[in-house]
Design a protein around this ligand. Structure first.
Ligand SMILES: [Zn+2]
Length: 499
């Protein structure tokens, strides 16, 4: 049984799926895994006729706790300020809006349509007020959960809340020191964290209506408890034993007295066996991923194997993208042949509309076709347009050099080392060009002629490639030759003898 079907087997009653994203930086390709997995759950449950909602939040009440190098100078003063209160780098809206916009665009491209929300609005509307009261009234229970999981004593002076400092606007620098049932006492401290400096203000303030924020593990539990979330997967960094997932689950049960959601910790993509990380320059952004895969194949990449297993995805200089397209085509065949296999289900769930048979041409062949001159019209006519666009991106940005070629305007210098037999072979081709053959038959003839001239086919084909692209290997020769102007080929293959 397909992993997603299996995981959902025992979900009874109405379902609320939730996922969220902290809009504080570039959207890495791995950040799309959550939305795709949750959307897959949503599709499955909806198909089963279940009552199901899918919400996707932007955790914009979180403080800015780090900055990309290009923003450091201008935005240093906003470190510690909630994401929704700092200005946008492009001057339009907030810091959070700026980074949320990219994710919204990518969700659109993937045709994932959850109900979007902004966490600061939940606070401001007072929807978390009850939860805030619970965690302050029962701060001892929250301390105990932390203490039990992290094996240390949390002091009685610690409260699970921070306040947006009314004087400097920072949240990351404030500490709540007391709670009287109505107000909290707080201090905005200079040295609470290393990445931001508080202003020294202190006082009493109501923690409700958007003035205060729970630490995010507590907030996570509060979300589940407040809205009745039944399913929420998270990346493996949160899901390891004793990690934030476990803390939030325990708080949900022991502080709020509610059942936590179904747990699924998904693995990251690997790049050369290591975790992909944008900060280390490995991996790619969500935008780059969709530019070369499009929405369906991107869905397929994210769900084809059980997400508890890590998937290697190193597109630069490898054939991993063409292979993924091959796999996608194979899974489509399995689906249309009604084979009850996991890959056929993976194909079905990767669709964003009625399942359609994908192109039958291999992606690697298409990548060759688009590099041949005068092929544009033929590619469009054959209906390859969509994938040709992705193949173009792959050739330009990711393909290994061995997969790239350009037909040389002048006879390449590499062709000067051709043997007499190779030259004869090219002349033979030039003479036979008038035969009206299609590329497939022409390709067969190329083998026949090499036999006739008693030249090993490897040397024969090398002659063609050396004369046209200056390499000893290349794309399918029959197609390459017929994609070029006949007179050009004749001239090139006949002039060779004079060199
Ligand atoms: Zn302050």
């Amino acid at each position: 049984m397909f992993w997603a079907d299996k995981i959902l087997q025992n979900q009874k009653g109405p379902q609320l799926i939730n996922d969220s994203f902290t809009p504080s930086g570039v959207v890495h390709m791995g950040s799309l895994k959550g939305p795709v997995i949750h959307d897959t759950f949503y599709k499955i449950l909806k198909d089963q006729g279940k009552e199901v909602l899918f919400s996707y939040g932007f955790d914009d009440m979180d403080p800015i706790d780090g900055l990309a190098p290009n923003l450091q100078e201008k935005f240093n003063k906003y470190l510690g300020v909630p994401l929704f209160l700092a200005p946008s780098p492009d001057g339009k809206g907030s810091f959070a809006d700026y980074f949320s916009a990219k994710m919204i665009e990518l969700l659109d491209t993937l045709e994932i349509k959850p109900d979007l929300y902004r966490t600061h609005e939940i606070y401001q509307r007072g929807e978390f007020d009850a939860a805030i009261k619970v965690v302050l009234d029962h701060a001892d229970k929250v301390r105990k959960v932390y203490g039990d999981i992290y094996h240390k004593t949390i002091p009685d002076t610690w409260y699970p809340l921070q306040i947006i400092c009314p004087q400097c606007g920072k949240l990351g620098t404030t500490r709540v020191a007391g709670w009287d049932g109505t107000d909290v006492t707080f201090n905005c401290e200079k040295n609470l964290v290393t990445w931001a400096q508080g202003c020294g203000a202190s006082g009493k303030i109501s923690p409700f209506g958007g003035r205060g924020k729970m630490p995010w593990k507590v907030e996570w539990a509060a979300k589940w408890a407040t809205f009745g979330i039944t399913i929420e997967a998270a990346g493996k960094d949160h899901a390891s034993a004793g990690g934030s997932y476990d803390v939030a689950m325990k708080i949900c049960k022991e502080v709020f007295g509610k059942t936590p959601p179904l747990k699924l910790g998904y693995e990251f993509f690997l790049s050369g066996g290591k975790k992909m990380s944008s900060s280390k320059g490995l991996g790619m952004t969500g935008e780059e991923l969709l530019e070369v895969l499009g929405p369906r194949v991107a869905h397929f990449l994210m769900i084809k194997v059980d997400p508890v297993r890590a998937v290697e995805f190193t597109p630069r200089g490898t054939d991993i993208v063409p292979k993924l397209y091959d796999e996608y085509q194979k899974s489509a065949n399995a689906y249309f042949e009604k084979k009850d296999e996991d890959i056929s289900r993976a194909f079905e769930l990767s669709q964003i509309d009625e399942p359609k048979m994908p192109l039958q041409v291999r992606f690697s062949v298409l990548a060759q076709l688009i590099q041949m001159p005068n092929m544009q019209e033929k590619i469009q006519k054959a209906g390859y347009g969509d994938w040709a666009k992705y193949a173009r991106v792959w050739v330009d940005k990711y393909a290994p050099d061995s997969e790239k070629f350009v037909v040389a305007k002048e006879l390449p210098k590499e062709a000067k080392k051709l043997s007499k037999e190779q030259k004869n072979y090219l002349q033979k081709i030039a003479m036979e060009l008038e035969k009206k053959l299609n590329p497939e038959d022409f390709q067969k003839e190329l083998y026949v002629w090499s036999k006739e001239l008693a030249i090993p086919s490897k040397d024969a084909f090398a002659a063609i490639y050396l004369a046209l692209i200056g390499k000893d290997h290349g794309p399918k020769a029959g197609w390459l030759i017929l994609s070029l102007d006949k007179e050009f080929i004749k001239k090139r293959f006949l002039e060779i003898d004079k060199n």
